[in-house]
Design a protein around this ligand. Structure first.
Ligand SMILES: [Zn+2]
Length: 387
């Protein structure tokens, strides 16, 4: 009996339990993410009498293939895209009505679709301030955010923005239990997410309502009907975010180790059949003055042969080996321009179509105690290899 009570208590912590006092805030990168990943959660929040607010960060207007097919028009200009964005907003409002969410509880930010990564790494501060103001105004008890493990670059970039905002402005609310933050994945099968996620069991009725909500997104069903409708049968999953979570390796990044002035990133890139653009490694964080900075490193994909990369580039690259366009090695990245008191985010960008192989990794702040720079062998032993 006591064990059952403990298990129930554990479950209550690991999945949201809405009440009439709950205030749910959902950040959706695009119109349709609410239906694909959060339909059951939204239905439960509404049934519990919770206040619900949904924020769409982009209008999903840079979505040319279904638009070309539906509008029978090859060249799309800015006016066409705005029209498509308005259509997608209408579809989202219809889907929310099906889920019982009042359309007036919705906000569309209209940030650039397919360009949230560029916004994050070039000029993310104003977006961060906007997101922080929305959270502060709404005062959510439960916050649903995309996962940094999602393979859609807009999803993972928004996830990084929200992690920065939460750690900088809302860590007290999270630590005190006044705000629970849950992340969801729409795209990809990241084991860093799925191995830790909790499944939301859905009833037949909830799944049927979810299917009706997904069907409201007619523009998206045009070319991806089977894939979209399959989401209705896939249970929703969440990972609860802590104030300071450990780094979980994902995708081609097999380990990350943060030293006071450098970051050691071990990569193992599987060969790709298609020749593609050279992969890039993004390193993002705050500098000592608090400004958001992003360093970009090239990780060249060589066409053939095995060779060592020299250290002539601005970034010291050690122990890199190329086999075809595969790669295995460890990069040493100077991070002394980043504040040791802030987290650093790393992403290897190696896209197929517009999807990433994996999302971003968050590396917690360096420990305040200075760590002597170890020799290479010691680093190898100290590397935190998660998978
Ligand atoms: Zn999306």
């Amino acid at each position: 009996m006591r064990l059952a009570a403990l298990l129930l208590e554990d479950l209550a912590v690991l999945v949201p339990a809405f009440t009439s006092g709950s205030r749910l805030l959902l950040f959706a990168p695009h119109p349709d993410d609410e239906s694909l990943a959060c339909s059951v959660l939204l239905q439960r929040a509404v049934r519990a009498g919770a206040a619900v607010h949904v924020v769409y960060v982009t209008d999903g207007d840079d979505n040319p293939w279904p638009q070309r097919v539906l509008e029978r028009k090859w060249r799309l200009n800015a006016t066409d895209r705005r029209r498509w964005g308005r259509l997608r907003r209408t579809e989202a409002l219809k889907a929310l009505r099906v889920l019982g969410v009042n359309g007036s509880a919705t906000r569309f930010l209209g940030l650039p679709d397919q360009k949230l990564t560029a916004l994050l790494i070039c000029d993310g501060q104003s977006a961060l301030e906007l997101l922080a103001a929305i959270i502060a105004d709404w005062r959510p008890t439960d916050l649903l955010v995309p996962s940094i493990c999602d393979t859609h670059p807009d999803h993972s970039a928004l996830a990084v923005m929200l992690r920065l905002v939460l750690s900088e402005s809302f860590s007290d609310a999270m630590a005190a239990g006044r705000m629970a933050v849950w992340s969801y994945v729409v795209h990809g099968r990241s084991s860093a997410f799925f191995d830790r996620s909790k499944t939301i069991c859905q009833s037949h009725r909830e799944a049927a309502t979810k299917l009706r909500a997904i069907r409201c997104h007619k523009t998206q069903l045009k070319l991806s009907r089977k894939r979209f409708l399959a989401y209705a049968g896939r249970p929703e999953r969440l990972v609860k975010l802590g104030v300071r979570d450990e780094t979980i390796a994902d995708g081609s990044t097999t380990s990350v180790f943060r030293l006071p002035h450098s970051l050691r990133v071990a990569l193992r890139l599987a060969p790709k059949a298609m020749r593609m653009t050279e992969p890039a490694l993004f390193v993002l964080g705050r500098d000592e003055a608090g400004a958001l900075r992003c360093a970009t490193m090239r990780v060249p994909a060589r066409s053939s042969g095995v060779e060592m990369l020299d250290s002539a580039s601005p970034d010291d690259v050690a122990g890199a080996r190329y086999y075809g366009n595969a790669f295995a090695g460890q990069l040493t990245i100077p991070v002394s321009s980043f504040s040791s008191a802030s987290a650093i985010f790393v992403k290897l960008e190696r896209r197929s179509w517009f999807f990433d192989e994996a999302g971003w990794l968050e590396i917690p702040p360096a420990k305040s105690r200075p760590i002597p720079e170890p020799q290479r062998d010691e680093i190898e032993a100290g590397v935190v290899t998660i998978r």
